[in-house]
Design a protein around this ligand. Structure first.
Ligand SMILES: Nc1ncnc2c1ncn2[C@@H]1O[C@H](COP(=O)(O)OP(=O)(O)OP(=O)(O)O)[C@@H](O)[C@H]1O
Ligand SMILES: [Mg+2]
Length: 339
């Protein structure tokens, strides 16, 4: 027992009071942050209705030179409502999509991903009028973009230069200062001065909705089905960021962590991959070895060894000239050309 302000409080009760006080103070400072190089971005509070749209956390190494700029842009938009549309450009398998997924996973941002293939129609993206059996008539059905906007999600237009230009044009008004998606196909009936007037719906882009785009460079001519973005669309992305392959130490770390091979094996794999990327830059090779391929080679090597597993994961994709560009480094590891 102790004496406090003339009252006797049993020690047990006092402990309880202390505990509650601690809990409350934690609640008050409950805002969580994700910090990168001194830039702190608030994690969004989780909402039950959109939690399933937050990407799953996966292993990822933040290395791109522009991560600070991206973090700052997200911070500005989340806190000041100042929109930043961000475009990432790079060769396949350099980590563009995973970078966006990683940041959204860390920051609890629900993300609607639209895969850029030539099949995406205006109806898929914006919506359409569909027959509803229950109602015995037609109803408006939201496409992916209005669904995302109404639910305060962010958007990833992945490999967006695979989408037909006419379809992409529908996004112009939501990416510029208007920040509105025009749903001219969806007619609403509203009452104006006692009269019913028909107006096409316009959906506003919520302040916190970020728009990310990714694409492979179209100028190399290697990426079938991709077109350049129109200058009008490209200029609506406030940042255009080049994404390159990871540095050798980080790619080795990624391979060791993700596959469980030894550091020595990872080093050999990365040496071969970097040789191919240099050869590709010097136009001596048509297919650079990307991060997906290095991971696959490493995984298979656990079962079949380095020499055998390169055959199906890498060499089967290369032509004679490609192999010639890698001959020196491969032979030094005892790897010969496939039959
Ligand atoms: N920084 C990184 N840290 C960890 N893993 C990475 C990193 N960058 C790429 N990877 C791995 O490389 C693979 C390819 O990444 P991703 O799918 O993001 O490439 P991409 O650039 O979007 O390719 P594409 O242009 O073909 O869509 C993934 O398995 C990913 O986990
Ligand atoms: Mg991708």
């Amino acid at each position: 027992m102790e004496l406090s302000k003339g009252r006797v409080i049993p020690t047990k009760t006092k402990k309880k009071v202390k505990k509650v006080a601690k809990k409350v103070s934690k609640k008050q400072s409950d805002v969580e942050y994700f910090e990168y190089k001194g830039i702190k971005v608030k994690r969004r509070p989780l909402e039950e209705s959109t939690q399933y749209l937050i990407p799953k956390k996966r292993f990822f190494i933040l290395e791109n030179d522009y991560v600070e700029e991206i973090m700052w842009a997200i911070q500005q938009q989340q806190e000041e409502g100042d929109p930043w549309n961000i475009l990432l450009v790079g060769e396949p398998g350099t980590g563009k999509s995973e970078l966006i997924n990683y940041l959204c996973a860390e920051l609890n941002i629900p993300l609607m991903c639209i895969q850029g293939d030539g099949e995406q129609s205006i109806a898929d993206l914006v919506g359409c009028i569909a027959f509803n059996e229950e109602k015995g008539g037609t109803v408006w059905q939201d496409g992916k973009i209005p669904f995302a906007l109404r639910n305060h999600c962010s958007l990833l237009l992945d490999e967006m230069n695979g989408i037909l230009p006419d379809v992409l044009m529908k996004t112009h008004s939501m990416l510029d200062d208007r920040r509105q998606l025009d749903l001219k196909e969806h007619i609403l009936e509203i009452e104006v001065e006692g009269r019913v007037v028909e107006v096409p719906e316009v959906v506003s882009v919520p302040n916190e909705t970020l728009v990310f785009g990714t694409m492979n460079p179209h100028d190399t001519g290697r990426h079938v089905g991709t077109k350049p973005l129109s200058p009008a669309l490209e200029s609506r992305f406030h940042m255009k960021i080049q994404v390159n392959y990871l540095s050798a130490p980080n790619e080795e770390k990624m391979i060791v962590t993700e596959t469980g091979v030894t550091k020595d094996i990872a080093q050999k794999i990365v040496t071969v991959a970097n040789e191919s990327r240099n050869a590709f830059r010097n136009q001596e090779m048509s297919t650079p070895i990307d991060h997906r391929m290095t991971k696959a080679w490493a995984k298979l090597s656990l079962k079949f060894g380095l020499e055998r597993s390169i055959q199906s994961t890498i060499l089967s994709r290369l032509d004679e000239a490609d192999f010639d560009a890698l001959r020196g480094v491969l032979l030094s590891y005892g790897i010969s050309k496939p039959v």
